[in-house]
Design a protein around this ligand. Structure first.
Ligand SMILES: Cc1ncc(COP(=O)(O)O)c(C=O)c1O
Length: 402
């Protein structure tokens, strides 16, 4: 290949999103007529609540919404997000600390572009959401993974985090409730980690996108609420995707110190400008409204959570802690590796190979743990219909025990 044809080092060091890859392979198989059950996608199977859809439909007909908005978002949406932040996390912020982004994903990307210089390190508790290390690398930074397995409930200790700290450490990512494990950090740990970040002058990036999806009476602990003194070095990431079943509308945000918010707006001004005006109107309706619908969704997820955890643990060789948040189960499957499985006696040497076999032979799509810094695990999203969940688990059980 001629040198002008090679792509940049920057893009070549980035791995593609494995979660989207599994989802698109499953969708392609479905389109080809194969009856695939998808546990891959991280999106609720519910429609967006009707009042939000109606608001957006009306917004489409209003020519005022056919125009750009300020890059950082509609002023009334930024106000509503500030009010929501106070309502849910007792954390008082001004609207000028809020930047509305194209999904939470863009907020994650922008944060690291703003904070990192070449070689800066970011501590990422693993298993982690698949995009974190990639966006850190895109910003020239080095992701430093700190792994905690299922025997630890996927929750690290401060000692583990501190062992990964170096003079180059600039930030730590918190994501509780967690994608992919569903683990929820308790108040004491959130406080302890916040205190440790404060003492060591680290930025805390708190991704709270699953905040309203917790079970068994467990509640999300907010580091900004527990440690007000941390707020000058805290960036909260959030969005409407998971709480209001609005993944396709692409509205997220960051809440940050004013200079960071201004920098994000400057960057976004050259990338995408504002989020779709109509989507912002829909998000305004969602964020300013009550949390009734998410309450109903949470109840449905809770039933599925119990169903999937029971079904997974009933499969010989699979061990799955009960998740307390989000809508993912994250079983350990190491005991299924390197042995004959399924009617053809197929052998998987890794969880990535196991996920490929499950898709090809049992027609169920799960995401391999490799995508989350956790080989030996699989991620199952249980945001799918009850009947599909039951059928998918039946297929896996039958395939493994064939
Ligand atoms: C932990 C976490 N953060 C952020 C996002 C981004 O969501 P979106 O860009 O759809 O708002 C996701 C989506 O899967 C996620 O799981």
């Amino acid at each position: 290949m001629a040198s002008w044809q090679t792509l940049s080092d920057r893009i070549n060091i980035v791995s593609p999103s494995a979660t989207l890859a599994v989802d698109s392979k499953a969708k392609a198989m479905k389109a080809a007529g194969v009856d695939v059950i998808g546990f891959g996608a991280g999106e609720p199977n519910f429609p967006t609540p009707q009042n939000i859809v109606d608001t957006a439909a009306a917004a489409c007909r209003d020519p005022r919404n056919h125009r750009y908005t300020p890059t950082a978002g509609l002023p009334e949406l930024r106000e509503a997000i500030a009010a929501k932040t106070l309502r849910d996390s007792s954390y008082q912020v001004d609207a000028n600390q809020v930047v509305v982004t194209n999904g939470g994903k863009q907020a994650v990307y922008e944060v690291f572009q703003i904070l990192l210089d070449e070689g800066d390190e970011v501590i990422i508790p693993a298993p982690f959401w698949t995009s974190y290390p990639e966006v850190v690398k895109l910003a020239g930074g080095n992701p430093v993974e700190v792994f905690s397995g299922h025997e630890q409930g996927f929750i690290p200790t401060v000692e583990q985090l501190d062992a990964a700290r170096t003079p180059r450490t600039k930030a730590i990512i918190l994501n509780s409730p967690s994608n992919p494990t569903g683990a929820v950090w308790d108040e004491e740990l959130v406080r302890e980690v916040g205190k440790w970040a404060l003492d060591n002058h680290l930025w805390v990036i708190s991704d709270e996108i699953y905040e309203h999806l917790t079970y068994d009476g467990v509640r999300t602990s907010y580091v900004g609420e527990l440690l007000p003194e941390l707020r000058d070095q805290l960036i909260v990431l959030n969005g409407v995707a998971k709480t209001y079943a609005m993944t396709g509308w692409r509205v997220g945000w960051m809440v940050a110190p004013v200079d960071v918010a201004k920098a994000a707006s400057k960057l976004q001004g050259h990338m995408t400008s504002n989020v779709s005006n109509v989507s912002q109107r829909a998000a305004l309706c969602a964020v300013a409204g009550p949390l009734d619908e998410v309450g109903h969704m949470r109840q449905a997820f809770d039933v599925r959570r119990n169903a999937i955890t029971t079904a997974l643990n009933a499969i010989p060789g699979v061990s799955c802690p009960t998740p307390q948040g989000a809508f993912y189960a994250f079983p350990n499957v190491e005991a299924l590796l390197n042995r004959a499985l399924g009617p053809k006696g197929s052998i998987a040497a890794s969880s990535a190979e196991l996920a490929a076999l499950l898709l090809d032979e049992a027609h169920i799509a799960a995401v391999p743990g490799e995508a989350f810094g956790a080989p030996g695990y699989l991620r199952f999203s249980y945001a799918l219909a009850d009947a599909d969940l039951a059928e998918g688990m039946r297929r896996m059980h039958e395939w493994v025990t064939a």
